[in-house]
Design a protein around this ligand. Structure first.
Ligand code: HXC
Length: 257
């Protein structure tokens, strides 16, 4: 299957998905959101894929929702089409997804990065939720996920002023896991993705499920949830293999089952 707004490259158990609308700085129009969901559906269903990397260009991860597509919409259209609910499906994906962000990650582009499991950023990355400058507000979870990621004070200030945050501040605020020089971003992200994809996919998915639970529950319920999942991992072949390999002093051969 080919896509007009994305590039897909498979490297062993890692899928690299590159947003590819350079003429619009990868603005998220409905075609791109649709194709992104199609490709993620396909990658999630493919047992050979253990980790997904989502990236953009050196200038822009994505400069937001496509303003030209949205400008003339009226309430009934935007309410019924609701294509940003489709974008929000990315947050419900079960396999690990890393965002590799260089350049602008603004508005819906920043929200897209926030829906990934963690963000690696190039030193030229700039994050922002500038919707207020357009007379609107974030609509793909930005007010919620940015606040959870960096706290109320910085999230409120960013959303109300629309200012951009540079990579160094994004790292110290906890929005970004690590920063790399821009020419090493993809290489370092793929290295991490291959490391994740080489582990047990079942364990990785369980870890993701447990960490995502943090936003939905109390500490005691979250700990109880984690313990139940921990018990269940002992039903997997990968637990037997991982522990046996440690005892035998050899590398594990996970079957992701
Ligand atoms: C549509 C966009 C776009 C966008 C850039 N372009 N961002 N088109 N939607 N979000 C287009 C420009 O119109 C231009 O096309 C081309 O990409 C290059 O952009 P320039 O502005 O010429 O580049 P530059 O001067 O380098 O400025 C880069 C920029 C600026 C600072 C990132 O483009 C910018 O401010 N973009 C908008 C950022 C933004 O407001 N995002 C939030 C969108 S609202 P032409 O054809 O003119 O050359 C949103 C809501 C989410 O995301 C919630 C939805 C429910």
């Amino acid at each position: 299957m080919s896509y007009e707004t994305l590039l897909l490259e498979i490297q062993e158990r890692v899928a690299l998905v590159t947003l590819n609308r350079p003429q619009a700085l990868n603005a998220l129009n409905s075609q791109l959101v649709g194709e992104l969901n199609q490709v993620l559906d396909r990658l999630e269903a493919d047992p050979q894929i253990g980790c997904i990397v989502l990236t953009g260009s050196a200038k822009a991860f994505a400069a937001g929702a496509d303003i030209k597509e949205l400008a003339d919409k009226c309430f009934p259209q935007i309410y019924h089409d609701d294509h940003f609910a489709q974008a929000d499906r990315i947050a419900a994906r079960r396999k690990p997804i890393i965002a590799a962000v260089a350049g602008y990650a603004l508005g819906g582009g920043c929200e897209l990065a926030l829906m990934c499991d963690f963000i690696y950023a190039a030193d030229n990355a700039r994050f922002g939720l500038p919707e207020i400058t357009l007379g609107v507000l974030p609509g793909i979870g930005g007010t919620q996920r940015l606040t959870r990621a960096i706290g109320r004070a910085k999230a409120m200030e960013m959303c109300l002023t629309g200012r951009m945050m540079e990579a160094a501040e994004a790292e110290s605020a906890g929005l970004v896991a690590r920063i790399f020089p821009r020419d090493r971003l993809l290489e370092e992200t793929l290295k991490a993705a291959h490391a994740i994809a080489g582990k047990s996919l079942t364990a990785a998915m369980m870890i993701k499920e447990c960490i995502n639970r943090v936003d939905e529950t109390s500490l005691s319920e979250g700990v109880r949830f984690e313990r139940r999942v921990f018990h269940s991992v002992f039903a997997t072949a990968d637990q037997k293999e991982g522990m046996a390999a440690f005892i035998d002093k050899r590398a594990p051969r996970f079957t992701h089952r």
